[in-house]
Design a protein. Structure first.
Length: 483
């Protein structure tokens, strides 16, 4: 598709997400011709900006990521941007916004197509959706809404937000975005599993012992202590990023690559998701907070964090399904802040085999998607000198050129919004199951907190997290592949 006609309305258009991600992504789509003569963008926020000032901000955002940009192209691109000062809680502001959208629709021949993007604080999502509905901001062409995470902070709040959005939009028009699903190696999981006979035949509960998912961050909460107190690692990372990855790793093969088929396969898997009991939470889940170092505050001493906070900056746990190719295979995960390094990876651990060499070391496949894009397969080979075996690692990594042309996740996902491909977005039925799992853990932790003696491990910063994270494994001889 080329030159898709549309008016895009970005709520939170003066914010960091719009500046760092959305505007550069839209410019790349403009350069590719997906958007060109018949699109307009309305950025809304409370700041008293003008159209001209917004266009300067858009140009600055592009220069920051592409200093050698064609200035003529950039000027033409920025001219499609308009600013509307807007308080999302005031109904009359939506009337003004509706009138501007109608004017731009006529000017750019956008055929009544509207894309709404919620790029602001989640507490306003429901308010915006309600007023889009009651002020009839949708138009005569296609209408799509993009919702950033977090989508609620519990099943109850997610259901309420979903009710507010579906009052105006059908499920097929809702794009619940998770930028992890735009990452190169995450999008490679399904081709890796289903397009390679070697992996296709081995990717099952008879061959795989366990899978380990690690999403580690070097930074602490920094200035986000106030937000983090309302979220924690479980809600902030597991409910979305980790579950998205786990679902791709464990789902059955779709009948075809369409969005409907992929989501149906995911939902078939998630119907068999085991929700942990309080006893299983105690046995298979660990929460922790980073302690102080000679360079950093402890989490409880960070700005806007309660000194007796029980909010976790680290969580490790286990996910299991009763059906699908990995039925009953434990999928272990961990994520946290102030860890040794920024690292996002999956380690697929295959069951060891016995041969005339004895019991060989287990093979494992590592899929790394941050900071590198690479696959590493660990196999057993002979010792160069002397008898016995040694582990050898074979790595496939993107070349420097390939890395340079990998689109940013937001560019990929915005492209999919405009062409109406929801395969890399989250369906409500999937999100609901994720929240049911998260709520089961949160409920057990809240009961533990009420005793006055919650088990929250304090871990030294810039290491691999609490030593107690090993207790989540099924046997004492198991360990994390990474670290």
């Amino acid at each position: 598709m080329q030159d898709i006609p549309a008016v895009m309305i970005i709520f939170g258009g003066s914010g960091d997400l719009a500046h760092r991600k959305l505007y550069p992504a839209l410019f790349n789509l403009y350069e590719q011709g997906l958007l060109h003569a018949h699109f307009a963008v309305i950025a809304t926020a409370r700041r008293p900006w003008s159209h001209a000032f917004l266009q300067e901000q858009v140009a600055d955002a592009i220069h920051e990521v592409n200093p050698e940009v064609d200035e003529e192209h950039l000027t033409a691109f920025a001219s499609h941007f308009y600013y509307q000062s807007h308080d999302v809680t005031k109904v009359d502001h939506y009337v003004t916004l509706k009138n501007l959208a109608a004017k731009l629709d006529q000017k750019y021949h956008a055929q009544g197509n509207h894309v709404f993007y919620m790029a602001m604080a989640p507490r306003f999502f429901g308010t915006i959706a309600t007023h889009i509905n009651d002020q009839r901001l949708t138009s005569t062409g296609f209408n799509r809404i993009v919702v950033e995470k977090p989508f609620g902070r519990s099943l109850e709040t997610a259901e309420e937000l979903n009710r507010q959005i579906t009052a105006c939009f059908e499920e097929s028009q809702i794009f619940r975005i998770d930028h992890y699903l735009g990452k190169e190696m995450i999008q490679n999981i399904l081709p890796l599993r289903f397009a390679n006979p070697l992996m296709r035949q081995a990717w099952n509960h008879e061959q795989i012992a366990n899978i380990q998912v690690t999403l580690a961050e070097r930074l602490g909460v920094e200035a986000r202590g106030g937000y983090y107190e309302t979220a924690g690692a479980l809600r902030d990372m597991v409910q979305n990023h980790i579950f998205q990855i786990v679902t791709l790793l464990a789902m059955p093969e779709p009948t075809d690559p369409s969005a409907n088929a992929v989501h149906q396969a995911k939902q078939t898997l998630l119907a068999s998701l085991q929700l942990p009991t309080p006893e299983q939470v105690s046995q298979h889940f660990i929460r922790g907070q980073y302690a102080a170092s000679d360079r950093t505050f402890a989490y409880r001493n960070e700005p806007n964090v309660a000194p007796d906070s029980t909010t976790e900056t680290y969580v490790a746990g286990q996910i299991k399904f009763t059906a699908g190719p990995l039925a009953e295979v434990p999928i272990y995960f961990r994520t946290g802040k102030a860890l040794k390094e920024k690292m996002s990876r999956v380690d697929v651990v295959f069951k060891p085999v016995k041969s005339f060499y004895g019991e060989a070391t287990a093979n494992y496949l590592t899929i790394e998607f941050d900071p590198k894009n690479c696959l590493t397969l660990s196999l057993n080979g002979k010792q160069i000198k002397g008898p016995g075996l040694r582990q050898e690692q074979f790595t496939y990594a993107l070349s420097d050129y390939e890395t340079s042309i990998v689109p940013d996740g937001y560019e990929r996902l915005l492209h999919d919004v405009f062409v109406n491909n929801s395969v890399n977005f989250t369906h409500w039925a999937e999100l609901k199951r994720y929240w049911e799992f998260i709520d089961a853990i949160e409920s057990a932790w809240q009961a533990e907190n009420a005793t006055g003696e919650p088990a929250i491990a304090q871990y030294p910063p810039y290491h691999y997290g609490p030593h107690s994270s090993r207790k989540i494994f099924a046997t004492t001889d198991m360990k994390w592949i990474y670290g």
